[in-house]
Write a protein that binds this ligand. Structure first.
Ligand SMILES: Nc1ncnc2c1ncn2[C@@H]1O[C@H](COP(=O)(O)OP(=O)(O)OP(=O)(O)O)[C@@H](O)[C@H]1O
Ligand SMILES: [Mg+2]
Length: 399
């Protein structure tokens, strides 16, 4: 054995021992995130889609339990109360039971454009509005997993992981067993674990076998999701910032595409490359017996700073380029988002980090942007669609 191999093996052994010691000390199940969300009457009414007066009337008539009260007499509702209100008033936000979940890939091959931040915030937004969500973290970096309070290291010895499900070498083939609870009652997650990178390599190895093996390798995630597609309203896929078999699995499984693009020149230019690559990859998928047909494709300008030189011009260029495919409002760059994600939370789970007004502005901006995506989602369900259309026929790009 060479000096190099010997040294690396010794280092690996030493790392493994340290990892086991850290795991025993750090990951205590009792440390899990507890959601402590409360809503005033105005916001509670807004989230269930009624007026505060309608809620007050239903409470007066005994159709709803009276709300909880603080010491100062202010009324408030919890997340569980919102669920009870929806049940009592027969409010159903999501799809019909026989319809399929809308599967959205938050996709761009460029790193650091806000994919995981958007995935986490959109999931929380949907849950607040009464939708059930499955988040699938397909990125070995596992930032979304961590934001849902699961430490990827805690899954080290776990057989029931996405990596094992996707790897053609593994015998674990019961996708639902990889789904875990989160602190949110209506958000589940398939977390990323360190084995996901191995799955990427195992899937790439199918290229040597060709034909059927490649097709199965491209469709593994789609097949897994099909076993739970009726159980959720929306399924969000957070892919890695590179195109490989994991990225292709995400593209093959998705039924809608949301592409975050910051208003920076380099990101804009890399998006041209992304568009080319994604088109070529769809051709690769189709050539391998995996047809793809997205119900909608939307670009979202992420982390927009109107005061930064050049960003306004880039925003105008994006409007001219993508026309109706661009969401009408950008996600603003915000310290609230930065601070929340650094604490592995979303803004929806956090208290204001600076002034209440700044926090409120950030939240309203996110609500506006996600409201527009939600509109697209609802269009995919015949039971909810206003126009009855299922595919994205009306959007068009500038000529
Ligand atoms: N609107 C925003 N305002 C402020 N900071 C933001 C905003 N969106 C994202 N960020 C910050 O930008 C950084 C990168 O975001 P994120 O991790 O979501 O990108 P990503 O595309 O998932 O990256 P990767 O490709 O590495 O997975 C994070 O530190 C995040 O907090
Ligand atoms: Mg990410």
């Amino acid at each position: 054995m060479t000096y190099t191999v010997n040294t690396l093996r010794n280092m690996t052994r030493s790392c493994e021992q340290m990892r086991d010691r850290v795991k025993a000390i750090v990951f205590k199940p009792e440390d899990r995130k507890v959601l402590d969300l409360t809503f005033g009457p105005g916001m509670a009414a807004d989230l269930v889609g009624r007026t505060p007066e309608a809620l007050a009337k239903a409470e007066k008539e005994g159709r709803l339990a009276p709300p909880k009260q603080l010491g100062n007499g202010r009324r408030f509702y919890t997340l569980e109360d919102l669920t009870k209100i929806r049940e009592a008033l027969g409010i159903h936000a999501g799809k019909a039971p026989d319809e399929d979940a809308v599967i959205i890939a938050i996709q761009n091959f460029k790193g650091g454009v806000g994919k995981s931040t958007i995935t986490k915030h959109f999931a929380d937004f949907l849950a607040l509005h009464g939708y059930s969500v499955l988040v699938i973290d397909c990125d070995p970096q596992a930032s979304t997993t961590t934001m849902f309070d699961i430490q990827p290291e805690s899954l080290l010895d776990d057989e029931q992981t996405l990596g094992n499900f996707l790897s053609p070498r593994s015998t674990f083939d019961e996708f639902p067993l990889a789904i875990r609870d989160t602190a949110w009652p209506t958000i589940k997650i398939v977390p990323s674990s360190l084995g996901l990178q191995d799955a990427e390599w195992d899937l790439t190895a199918t290229l040597r076998e060709g034909g059927q093996a490649v097709r199965e390798g491209l469709q593994r995630l789609r097949i897994g999701i099909s076993s739970v597609i009726k159980n959720f309203d929306v399924i969000l896929l957070d892919p890695p910032p590179a195109m490989g078999f994991l990225g292709l699995n995400v593209m093959a499984a998705a039924t809608g595409l949301l592409v975050p693009v910051p208003a920076r020149q380099l990101d804009y230019l890399s998006t041209i490359h992304f568009m080319e690559t994604i088109t070529e990859n769809i051709e690769v998928l189709e050539a391998n017996g995996t047809p793809v047909d997205y119900g909608f494709i939307r670009i979202v300008c992420s982390a927009f700073s109107p005061s930064k030189p050049g960003e306004n011009d880039m925003w105008k260029m994006m409007q001219a380029t993508y026309a109706n495919f661009l969401l009408s409002k950008p996600i603003l760059a915000s310290e609230e988002i930065k601070n929340a994600t650094q604490a592995f939370r979303s803004v929806y789970e956090s208290k204001p980090s600076a002034s209440h007004a700044t926090y409120q502005r950030c939240r309203e901006n996110l609500d506006d942007v996600f409201g527009e995506v939600l509109q697209q989602v609802r269009e995919q369900w015949p039971s909810q669609s206003i126009s009855g259309r299922k595919s994205d026929a009306v959007a068009s790009v500038a000529a």
